[in-house]
Design a protein around this ligand. Structure first.
Ligand SMILES: Cc1ncc(COP(=O)(O)O)c(C=O)c1O
Length: 393
């Protein structure tokens, strides 16, 4: 691709995203901006339902298309896809999916989001499972070694993120899955921040559970997501929350209690979905993975992330937490003398949108494929101004 073609591609992307065009929007880690085509897809679907009514047949087709789009985006067989409402659904599918016994152990890193932590706390309370918390620091040390050191003969599961939401570190997920395989453990991966920002060819990686959202880096509507479950995961995990979508309908016996789960990961789906939102999910995911190209998107995010890392590191009083050699699009940082919530609020006045994080206490910027170097330059200038203003430096 020539430089002119590259720039034209970025312009075309930004033409679809008024929110990213009209703001310095650096918060894909919370919610990505919705592209025009997805707004249209949701609207058109809603209009169809409004004018022609809703139907189970259309719903089934919409779900099939969405599973196919998710499978294509992550290069994995369709039967490994379960449509969900968010990342946290997938974390629950994985963590609640074992017949836990008193004294069993679950390894969880200390960089997990509540979406992964809370289901682990519930199994600890409910079944007497021991949680082994692994301290990863900023994730630059020997992550696999640290996890391996926590394994005992009672360990049954590892819970970790692919890209940590707070330090912005890409963890070695392939090696962690290999470790899990060697010790016959299940790996439940929180992919809220990596899905769409870090390469993840799941057909090759065969992560047991890879829980992804639609609304963040994939720029889909909220209330959508997909959880990918490997063949091993499908075989070993029990269904915890079930309904009409989870079972093979014809094979079920309604009165006798005889049911046969769906053969693929869609056994972890439950019942009706928000059909317009699911159609919107398909639109965003297909756009990013097929039209723009997942590899192109991932590379652009990595390049802009590093660009942001450099810019922020050069500001006096700014300390970047994210390790540059293990990053994607998230950049976490602190500003001397400025509380992160105050910084976020001050930047919003300049239409620079980022967020703050509680643990560790810091601010976080998300550089994504629709951003430009100028966005990052503007954000860096605004951060420097805010620092002078708020910390009086
Ligand atoms: C690492 C991580 N996990 C889980 C979540 C929760 O995401 P969802 O709303 O898709 O469940 C987030 C959202 O910020 C996150 O960053």
């Amino acid at each position: 691709m020539t430089a002119i073609e590259y720039d034209a591609k970025v312009d075309a992307i930004r033409a679809e995203m008024p929110y990213a065009r009209n703001n310095v929007f650096l918060n894909a880690g919370s919610f990505g901006p919705i592209p025009q085509r997805t707004m249209d897809a949701i609207h058109d679907y809603m209009k169809l339902e409004f004018e022609e009514g809703r139907s189970f047949q259309r719903e089934a087709q919409t779900k099939t298309t969405a599973r196919e789009a998710a499978a294509a985006a992550f290069e994995t067989p369709v039967r490994t896809v379960a449509l969900t409402r968010h990342t946290t659904d997938g974390m629950n599918i994985g963590i609640m999916g074992l017949n836990w016994e008193q004294g069993d152990e679950l390894i969880i890193t200390d960089t997990e989001h509540p979406g992964g932590q809370y289901p682990a706390y519930v199994v600890a309370r409910r079944f007497g499972v021991q949680l082994r918390r692994v301290n990863l620091g900023d994730g630059t040390g020997d992550v696999v070694g640290a996890i391996e050191a926590a394994i005992s003969n009672r360990t049954r599961m590892i819970v970790t993120s692919h890209l940590t939401w707070n330090t912005g570190t890409v963890l070695p997920i392939k090696e962690i899955q290999e470790l899990a395989n060697r010790h016959n453990l299940l790996l439940i991966c929180d992919a809220a921040q990596s899905a769409g920002s870090v390469p993840a060819k799941l057909g090759e990686l065969e992560i047991d559970v890879y829980a992804t959202p639609g609304q963040k880096w994939l720029c889909g509507p909220e209330g959508t997501g997909a959880t990918f479950v490997s063949e091993r995961g499908i075989e070993r995990l029990y269904q915890s929350v079930v309904g009409s979508s989870s079972m093979q309908y014809g094979a079920s016996e309604h009165v006798g209690g005889y049911v046969l789960p769906q053969s693929g990961a869609n056994r972890f789906e439950v019942a009706g979905v928000n059909q317009p939102a699911v159609a919107g999910y398909t639109s965003s995911v297909s756009w990013i993975s097929q039209e723009l190209g997942m590899d192109w998107v991932n590379e652009r995010i990595a390049t802009l992330g590093k660009y942001a890392w450099d810019k922020l590191s050069n500001i006096d009083g700014v300390h970047v937490i994210t390790p540059k050699d293990r990053m994607a699009g998230l950049v976490s940082f602190t500003v001397e003398g400025v509380e992160p919530p105050a910084l976020v609020e001050r930047l919003a006045q300049d239409r620079v949108i980022i967020r703050n994080i509680g643990f560790p206490t810091c601010s976080r910027l998300s550089a994504s494929f629709y951003n430009t170097e100028e966005d990052i330059d503007q954000a860096a200038a605004a951060i420097d101004n805010a620092r002078r203003e708020l910390a009086g430096q």
